[in-house]
Design a protein around this ligand. Structure first.
Ligand SMILES: [Zn+2]
Length: 280
């Protein structure tokens, strides 16, 4: 998946998208992704609706049941998917976000041995998930997303994160609670955030001071390791032998604090620094 000039290279639909986005109305680059379901049968009907210039609704990307993506609006233009919405100190999330609509029937009602969508289509048990919505307290029935859709959305979000500084991945239900319930509990939103946003943050936090880990190697036949940085401190373990790898954590008064399997202090004269390399 490649984004060039705010368009997915292969998935961009070549029709007059400008009329269905807010055209030349510019905005800063998006930093939020909003996940929706179409509450419809397949992607095609939603795409046709979004193409209809009389309908004041659009989305950047529609994800079909087989995982096929169709992009309708370039990512740097506003699409009308969020409506009245708020998150933290922001209102009207369309200005900040990329809207992804997943073809899914949404909430279902049980009738006999089948489940029925609001538009009358029936679904067998294997296409149904029973779960409690984050904004509700009782379980209800939801149309299952296909694995192809879920992996396509994960892949799309990952691709978007490479092109844009994405800070939030949110469900419509979170920015318009009370008014909207999509994508609902059948969509693994927490997992998506964990995998993409938290992983990103952990990498950032791993080395907060931006310091490199300095590695050293013991350059003496036998090197005492002590609880503090001078010979007045007790040794804390058997001496380190020549060529033992250590991580240098601190330096005081001619001593390094190092980490081997334990942490202690050694005379720096007997530790040779190894070319430092940044941990990844
Ligand atoms: Zn929605």
């Amino acid at each position: 998946m490649i984004i060039t000039n705010h368009k997915l290279a292969k998935e961009f639909a070549a029709f007059d998208e400008i009329r269905k986005s807010s055209g030349n109305f510019s905005r800063g680059l998006p930093d939020t992704i909003v996940i929706h379901y179409t509450a419809g049968a397949g992607a095609e009907s939603s795409i046709n609706t979004f193409k209809d210039t009389d309908v004041k609704a659009s989305a950047h990307v529609v994800v079909d049941t087989d995982g096929k993506l169709t992009q309708l609006v370039p990512f740097h233009k506003i699409a009308w998917h969020a409506g009245k919405s708020a998150w933290l100190d922001r209102k009207g999330l369309n200005k900040y976000s990329i809207g992804i609509e997943i073809a899914n029937a949404g909430r279902l009602e049980k009738s006999g041995n089948v489940w029925r969508s609001w538009f009358g289509k029936t679904y067998p048990e294997e296409e149904v998930v029973e779960a409690v919505h984050r904004n509700e307290s009782e379980p209800s029935w939801w149309h299952r997303y296909t694995e192809e859709q879920i992996s396509a959305v994960f892949e799309l979000c990952k691709t978007l994160m490479k092109s844009y500084e994405i800070r939030f991945i949110l469900g419509h239900e979170e920015i318009s609670p009370g008014r909207k319930v999509d994508p609902g509990p059948a969509f693994p939103l927490e997992k998506l955030r964990e995998r993409l946003l938290d992983a990103d943050r952990e990498e950032d936090e791993e080395d907060p001071a931006g310091k490199n880990i300095i590695k050293g190697i013991v350059d003496a036949g036998s090197l005492n390791i002590r609880s503090g940085p001078d010979t007045g401190h007790d040794t804390i373990a058997a001496p380190l032998s020549r060529n033992t790898d250590v991580a240098i954590l601190d330096e005081q008064k001619g001593w390094y604090q190092v980490e081997v399997k334990m942490r202690g202090w050694v005379s720096k004269k007997f530790v040779k620094k190894v070319d430092s390399d940044k941990t990844t």
